[in-house]
Design a binder for this molecule. Structure first.
Ligand SMILES: [Zn+2]
Ligand SMILES: [Zn+2]
Length: 274
């Protein structure tokens, strides 16, 4: 599988001279398996993915971790939606008592168009998502994680390699634990790549405790406990400059390298082939 990072920023897009190297677009990661591409979240980074997919025939599957604006806000600007002949599968997201679809953004309020104007062959998927994706060739598992309002993490396997995507998760939440640490560790166990929320530093606490994101230090401890092979720091804070992320990465490497773990800070355009 080929994993590409199109948006790595948390909470808010930050187009800024100080964020150019890692990038200012919000969450979007693609996973290509064969001729199919799974799009994990459609923050503003999805616009870049759309550009890259032009002139390809790949079938697109869009899956969400949750509905916060930094994970859905780029969707109307995803070029394949406006290409005739393109097959796009939109996986519904379970929101309290009902299923929510990205098509709800096209309601004339959030975006000045209606779903009937889309050019692609759009398929809304309201059936259980993991079996649906499995039927289309994706070996994938889902786990609820600890984030205000709820969110999911995903684990994708292909040819014996594994990629875990947990963009928003608080590893040590003060209350309302949705998923225990044991369950999270089991889910991430020995992953080839773990992409995990690493938004905060010690100085952000205690104010941001309970906001649903993790300390870099805690993510490093977690990666060691789960014995992953490669930790990707993700969902960078919008206030973090490139130089600050460089420093964070060096500190994280010093923590995990003695345990044989590679560490990278996600940046726009980063490719991983597993
Ligand atoms: Zn987020
Ligand atoms: Zn969130």
């Amino acid at each position: 599988m080929i994993i590409t990072f199109w948006g790595v920023r948390g909470s808010l897009p930050v187009p800024d001279a100080h964020t150019l190297r890692y990038g200012g677009n919000t969450t979007c990661v693609s996973v290509e398996v064969g001729e199919k591409v799974l799009v994990l979240d459609v923050g503003t980074g999805v616009r870049l993915l759309g550009e890259a997919l032009k002139d390809t025939q790949e079938e697109v599957f869009v899956l969400l971790s949750h509905l916060h604006a930094d994970h859905i806000g780029g969707f109307p600007f995803f070029a394949p939606l406006w290409e005739s002949g393109r097959n796009v599968h939109l996986i519904d997201y379970p929101r309290e008592e009902r299923l929510w679809t990205l098509l709800e953004l096209f309601n004339g309020i959030f975006f000045p168009m209606v779903p009937e104007m889309l050019k692609c062959n759009v398929k809304r998927v309201s059936e259980p998502p993991m079996p649906y994706l499995a039927a289309h060739g994706f070996d994938i598992q889902q786990l609820p994680v600890n984030h205000p309002g709820g969110a999911f993490g995903y684990r994708i396997e292909d040819h014996g390699k594994s990629f875990v995507f947990i963009p928003d998760n608080e590893l040590n939440p003060p209350e309302d634990v949705t998923t225990t640490r044991e369950a999270l560790v089991a889910f991430c166990r020995e992953a080839d790549v773990l992409c995990h929320d690493a938004q905060y530093l010690s100085e952000d606490m205690p104010m941001k405790r309970g906001w649903g994101h993790s300390l870099v230090r805690d993510v490093c401890d977690f990666a060691i406990e789960a014995a992953v092979r490669h930790l990707v720091l993700f969902h960078h804070d919008p206030d973090r400059t490139d130089e600050e992320i460089d420093r964070i990465l060096e500190e994280a490497k010093a923590l995990v390298a003695p345990h044989g773990i590679t560490c990278t800070a996600a940046y726009e355009g980063m490719h991983l082939t597993l």
